[in-house]
Write a protein that binds this ligand. Structure first.
Ligand SMILES: [Zn+2]
Ligand SMILES: [Zn+2]
Length: 636
């Protein structure tokens, strides 16, 4: 355990100590540290409330103040069971004891009157815990299995200092306000409807504007970099994914194949069982097996996976990746070294199966649109192409005010032999990844063993304004798919050569990226991304006509605007525009109508006073055109 984990884990012992003082009949399960704190799973008749947490936390303070040492005690398996029984904790702890392998030492740790089965390690005294807080209670199934009893999980966190704790608590508070699921609802950005399905995002008109603006922005940058836009269907034949190797190896993360009616009726008529149907979908024809094995130069498709053509069942997959489709566009015509690099970009929608427990708003979903592209280039062009990919990332993140990010470079595990491609090419590609990462001028970490078997990669992790880290997308070099699809280009020597592929979806998916952006901006999008950029508020009906006239002019100029024609009071209208996070509110009274001006209230600066409309219009247009970040709001 790291020192911080040790501190937090020790806090979970103190938590259990306090819980047993207040609820002597509580049955304990486990209390490990987490990335952000610790928890303890407890079986207790009484349903814990927020008030109970306050009481438990106060008791924890006492335990900490008692300055109890953590004492380790090694015992035999029999003694361990006795200790557990003597404490009345056999319900879960005996099972946990049984999990400990035969050859491992069994130890308990005692602080004050509390003793717990635990391998350690801990801080030396309970008084080391000076800054901790209980945060929440959640239900958690014993061993994460729905068939088991649901326990009460108490979450808390601990830090070495009170300052760090205060900072973290502030961050949690901020995060609650920024939660993209809440803001998504409040600002009508997206919905998830049970009838459509979990993890499937319905982009409502407001959210669609944000997505469209982002896509336009990214597309413009891609065009500058020489990418070609393509469109491909949402499904593809199973055989395509047998060639690529995506099926059946990644079956658990894919939707079941779609089989068309006639084939289905035919095999069901033959009395085919479900198990047999699956086997027929999974199998590969002798022709295809020979082809794949020939291309990869080894027994990639083992004989047990081969079935005669007549026994196969063909189906379609909801595409889990866009690569095979793009590869088919590349190979649809002969390519010369002069044509390379070929850069094919698509906002391509893919479908992956995620467990319902893993789904989360827009950030973990079952259908999503990647900002995908595939580059086909020569070995010598890899380095240059990687630079281009990273330059794009830098431009986009900087424009969005996310200049705090880092990259991880995934390299080979030097001791493993699982990698495809020649060693000297790997050396070059890894050096190119490293080199490209360095040009960003941001921190980067090299991670040996984190490369895919088919090539090294670069991942992006951004920090949002409140300091949370989000993993975005990736840039990945690939030596494998060009082999499996037998891709070639003719070189200057008139011979056929193998291109290298680069997969890149640096922002991951539009769903995830927008989810992160909602939280990053807390819903206060810069003007160019705001679904509504200006709201016109007439003071009374007398200025309604002037309001409509300005609306027409804003719309003509490409500004997204509306007139608040509700009959409620001015203050209420202004508040509504604020709640809906409209960047500019233009208040129009008789004076403004007379002078052809507007009274500007901006989200960033508040009341900006009266300006001629002919001055306001070019200003907002320029802000949109430059994709400016809104100025920071003064702290309230
Ligand atoms: Zn422990
Ligand atoms: Zn790909």
């Amino acid at each position: 355990m790291t020192p911080l984990e040790e501190l937090r884990h020790s806090a979970s012992h103190i938590l259990a100590t306090a819980v047993l003082r207040i609820y002597p009949d509580a049955k304990l399960d486990i209390g490990p540290p987490t990335d952000t704190g610790f928890y303890y799973d407890i079986d207790l008749e009484h349903k814990l409330t927020a008030e109970d947490l306050v009481r438990i936390e106060a008791e924890m303070k006492k335990v900490a103040d008692e300055n109890q040492p953590f004492l380790r005690k090694e015992v035999s398996r029999e003694e361990a069971a006795e200790i557990i029984r003597a404490r009345g904790q056999e319900r879960y702890k005996l099972g946990r004891l049984a999990d400990i392998p035969e050859d491992e030492k069994i130890s308990f740790y005692q602080n004050g009157e509390f003793i717990d089965l635990c391998a350690g390690t801990h801080v030396r005294y309970t008084s080391k815990l000076k800054a901790f807080k209980l945060l929440s209670i959640a239900g958690a199934y014993h061993r994460g299995d729905e068939k088991n009893k649901q326990l009460q999980r108490i979450y808390g966190t601990a830090f070495p200092t009170r300052d760090e704790l205060a900072k973290y608590i502030e961050q949690i508070e901020q995060a609650k306000h920024r939660d993209h699921r809440k803001l998504g609802r409040d600002l009508k950005l997206f919905v998830i409807d049970e009838d459509v399905g979990q993890g499937l995002i319905l982009w409502t008109p407001n959210g669609s504007i944000i997505r469209q603006e982002l896509q336009t922005f990214i597309s413009e940058e891609l065009r500058k970099q020489g990418y070609s836009q393509v469109f491909t269907p949402h499904i593809g034949k199973l055989e395509l994914y047998k060639i690529s190797g995506h099926f059946p190896y990644y079956k658990e993360s894919q939707f079941t194949p779609v089989v068309e009616n006639e084939s289905l009726a035919k095999i069901l008529g033959e009395g085919c069982s479900c198990a047999e149907m699956v086997a027929r979908l999974d199998a590969v024809s002798p022709r295809l097996a020979a082809q794949i094995n020939g291309r990869t130069g080894r027994e990639t498709i083992t004989p047990d996976r081969v079935k005669p053509e007549a026994e196969l069942l063909e189906g379609f997959m909801l595409k889990p990746m866009n690569c095979p489709h793009h590869i088919k566009i590349y190979s649809s015509q002969p390519r010369s070294y002069r044509d390379l690099p070929v850069r094919l970009a698509e906002f391509g929608t893919v479908y992956r199966w995620e467990q319902s427990g893993e789904l989360n708003g827009m950030t973990r979903v079952r259908g999503f649109t990647q900002d995908d592209a595939h580059l086909f280039c020569t070995e010598d062009q890899v380095a240059q192409e990687l630079l281009g990919c990273l330059a794009l990332v830098k431009t986009v993140l900087t424009t969005l005010g996310m200049s705090d990010y880092r990259v991880r470079v995934g390299l080979r595990d030097p001791d493993s032999k699982k990698y495809t491609g020649q060693t000297e090419n790997w050396d070059k590609a890894e050096a190119a990844c490293r080199q490209a990462a360095m040009t960003l001028g941001v921190p980067f970490a090299e991670e040996p063993g984190e490369a895919a078997f088919y090539g090294p990669k670069i991942d992006f992790v951004v920090k949002d304004v409140i300091g949370r880290e989000w993993q975005l997308g990736t840039v990945q070099v690939d030596y494998n798919l060009p082999i499996r699809f037998d891709l070639t280009y003719s070189g200057a020597d008139n011979q056929d050569h193998r291109p290298v592929m680069i997969h890149r979806a640096p922002f991951g998916s539009m769903e995830r990226f927008c989810g992160v952006l909602i939280e990053h901006f807390g819903g206060d999008f810069p003007v160019w991304l705001s679904p509504e950029q200006a709201r016109i508020v007439p003071v009374s009906e007398k200025t309604l006509e002037y309001s409509r006239e300005l609306l027409a002019r804003l719309k003509d100029a490409g500004v997204r605007a509306s007139v608040d024609e509700h009959s409620d009071k001015l203050g209420a209208k202004i508040r509504r525009a604020e709640m809906e996070k409209v960047p500019y509110t233009l208040v129009l009274g008789a004076k403004e109508a007379e002078a052809r001006s507007v009274s500007v209230r901006s989200r960033a600066k508040g009341d900006e006073g009266v300006v001629p409309f002919d001055q306001f219009l070019p200003r907002i247009q320029e802000e949109i055109r430059l994709r400016s970040l809104s100025e920071k709001k003064a702290p309230a």
